[in-house]
Design a protein around this ligand. Structure first.
Ligand SMILES: [Zn+2]
Length: 321
């Protein structure tokens, strides 16, 4: 296992202390409405489906094919789907990036923003072999896992609307470059322009939850410090919800490394956003980030907890900090 100092979106990872026992046990029934459940198997099939398109770095055939498929999948469940495309010229070549946005329910009372990145890294820079390090990654966990969980949550939202409106955004261009300045393109563009992109939706987001690298077998998500600072009360609610649902093993009561990821541009534009991420993944940014390293069980745990948060919301936003 290799130790990592950079994250999903990489950069600025400070190892912050903290280890305490995972002392919680299931303390109550999940607050999902009857007839609504998160299928880990269906989410895992969607993780594999994304990988079947091949590597999905911007400009690749897999990127184009996956984008079309994701849009169609969201259209099956969302009330409205928008795409938000923009271009960037990088190293002399112009790339088109596309965020894909699905809107569910009433947008008038501070919707919840759920997000994940759907692009994959153009190079496996954590590979030791320099030939391998130049090849693009499949991104089963780093990319596809969060998207898969959100597609399945979208199916739940179609079956039964929660008390709050929900916006699902699949960000492009998260993992493009080698420095933080060359990453997080989709989230940055969305954070800067969401009022235009959302076509008339002006009610600000009550909070955002970003899912990144949540599909690894046996994964556990510690509290991410930038998230903790941005929305401490929201973080507490998520961890309490996980414990109440019997998922404490996946949400241990400890602090992990600070991670620069797609939540940071959102926070900088005033959207209190948190990152659910397990960065303890030896295949990160390698050619080995493949579906066999992931599990339906991990997707089920995270997806169920996020869905419990949505169905447990009230129309009037509660404080997140
Ligand atoms: Zn990554």
């Amino acid at each position: 296992m290799r130790r990592h100092w950079m994250c999903a979106g990489a950069a600025l990872a400070l190892l912050l202390a903290g280890c305490s026992a995972d002392k919680s046990a299931a303390t109550g029934a999940p607050a999902l409405p009857s007839g609504v459940a998160f299928s880990g198997d269906r989410a895992f099939a969607d993780l594999k489906k994304q990988c079947d398109f091949g590597t999905r770095q911007p400009g690749s055939p897999g990127h184009a094919a996956c984008r079309a498929w994701l849009q169609k999948e969201l259209e099956k469940t969302a009330d409205r789907v928008f795409t938000h495309s923009f271009q960037k010229t990088l190293s002399g070549k112009t790339y088109t990036f596309t965020n894909i946005v699905g809107v569910y329910g009433d947008m008038s009372a501070s919707p919840v923003l759920l997000s994940a990145h759907w692009d994959t890294r153009p190079f496996a820079d954590q590979e030791i072999d320099p030939v391998k390090a130049k090849q693009p990654i499949l991104g089963a966990n780093d990319g596809a896992s969060g998207v898969a969980a959100l597609l399945e949550i979208g199916r739940m939202l179609k079956v039964k609307k929660p008390p709050v409106g929900v916006v699902i955004v699949l960000f492009d261009g998260e993992d493009w470059g080698k420095t933080p300045q060359q990453m997080f393109f989709g989230s940055t563009e969305f954070a800067n322009n969401w009022k235009t992109v959302m076509k008339g939706v002006t009610s600000s987001f009550r909070y955002g939850i970003l899912l990144d690298m949540i599909g690894a077998k046996g994964m556990a998500i510690p509290r991410e410090p930038i998230s903790e600072q941005a929305a401490p009360l929201l973080m507490r609610r998520i961890w309490d919800t996980a414990r109440a649902g019997g998922f404490a093993r996946f949400f241990p009561d400890r602090t992990g490394p600070a991670i620069t990821d797609d939540h940071v541009p959102l926070i900088e534009k005033g959207i209190p956003a948190v990152d659910l991420i397990c960065f303890d993944y030896p295949y990160w940014h390698t050619l080995e980030d493949t579906p066999d390293k992931c599990s339906a069980e991990s997707l089920h745990a995270v997806g169920t907890v996020v869905a419990m948060m949505l169905y447990g919301e009230e129309r009037t936003p509660r404080p997140v900090r």
